[in-house]
Design a protein around this ligand. Structure first.
Ligand code: HEC
Length: 169
């Protein structure tokens, strides 16, 4: 991207240079004073190009940047679309009670999921099953109360996949 950008401006610079040189200094003066039109057109073109780039470059940067941030979690983990959805759902209903580094959440009512899921459970499948079980059944094993069915069906799956993917990172 950057290289294409640099090449574009280099070519534009060269183009302007050759146009200016074509008629020599006399030609340039003639262009500017006696034949105002081609010179004006060049200036207008320059303004349009500058304006277009002033809009296009920030737009491109914002578009790519946004994409990148949405799909990459802490530790450089790439998230699927379902896991990205799960991250939103987690932030909405789970973060108040649980610590999870990937969402910068620091809840202390329930166990730290980076430890309880990320460290304690070895396999991705095991992690997902534990989280899904906790969501479906709720928990009250003496460490406090977690209500059951904060999410169901596809949403529960999305949260479980997300937590399983990021816990411990
Ligand atoms: C009201 C606070 C609260 C909310 C909201 C909450 N939890 Fe919990 N969670 C707890 C508590 C307390 C425990 C520990 C209960 C126990 O084991 O006695 C727990 C335990 C867990 C466990 C560990 C289960 C185990 O067997 O060790 C996981 C995983 C979990 N929660 C995930 C979630 C997810 C995902 C959400 C969002 C859908 C969520 N929690 C929402 C309070 C909460």
């Amino acid at each position: 991207m950057l290289i294409a950008f640099v090449i574009f401006w280099a070519l534009l610079g060269l183009g302007v240079f050759f146009v200016a040189m074509r008629g020599g200094p006399g030609g340039a003066r003639r262009t500017l004073h006696t034949e105002a039109k081609p010179g004006q057109r060049l200036v207008t073109l320059g303004v349009v190009v500058l304006f277009a780039f002033g809009l296009a470059v920030p737009a491109i940067v914002m578009a790519f940047n946004g994409d990148h941030k949405a799909s990459v979690a802490s530790g450089g983990i790439r998230l699927t679309a379902d896991e990205q959805k799960g991250r939103e759902l987690f932030a909405r209903a789970c973060a108040v009670c649980h610590t999870l580094n990937a969402t910068k959440s620091v809840g202390r009512v329930g166990p730290d999921l980076d430890v309880r899921v990320g460290v304690d459970i070895a396999t991705p499948a095991g992690r997902k099953a534990l989280v899904l079980g906790a969501i479906t059944e709720g928990r009250a094993r003496g460490l406090g109360q977690m209500p059951a069915l904060l999410y169901q069906g596809k949403e529960a799956e999305e949260v479980a996949s997300f937590v399983a993917a990021v816990a411990g990172h």
